[in-house]
Design a protein around this ligand. Sequence first.
Ligand code: GLN
Length: 247
Amino acid sequence: MKKILAIALICMLTLTGMAMAETLKMGTNASFPPYEFYDDETGEIVGIDAEVAAAICEKLGCELEIVDMDFDAIIPAVTTGKIDFGMAGMTVTEERMQSVDFTTSYATGIQVVIVKEDSEIVSVDDLFAEGTNHKIGVQQGTTGDLYCSWDIEDEGLGTVERYKNGTDAVLALTSGKVDCVVIDNEPAKNYIAANEGLKILDTEYAVEDYAIALAKDSELTEKINAALEELIADGTVQAIIDKYIVA
Ligand code: GLN
């Protein structure tokens, strides 16, 4: 009898051990299509980042849990260990590299300007013209916020209105609270498709590299980076990007 109990116990422990693969928590801001957004039908967070992260976790034999948060909460959540990594169309910057490590870049982003179709702002340079005083909408804590703060607000050429996410910033534009929105190009395309009367200016503000952010000197960085590099090399990442971004 004792033997049977012991065997049953071992079986149970093995099964729970197998069922409990390590879970990696990814922090993101799911208002940034096509990189991360809620699927209307399933209510799940989907997009390029969600799928690349899922492919990385599959390679590492881990479960993936996606945690939605404000964009500017992601890096603090990484540094305090609340999440294992941040993946949110996040641009690699010198400033962020002071607090987190970045993987190899897996995509390129471009900061663009969204305006109303009849806007008197016709080029990015109009934002920096002497004597102008525009209200610029940005997502708080993003590179768009940083650049506009430096180039426009600090120079006395306008004010920067900071919103929690791209959806709110674009809503401020359609309702006339701001004159334009500075945001990454792929979400911008999605926003103008979803809102009538908006357009993206032809001139680009800045070109950037997206990468995954991890805690400094974390053991995970090497593992995630190796998996990501394999997925870039074998074309998986490009296939995921092509699924969401139709040229
Ligand atoms: N690429 C921009 C940044 O890293 C915006 C990212 C985002 O809003 N999800 O600041």
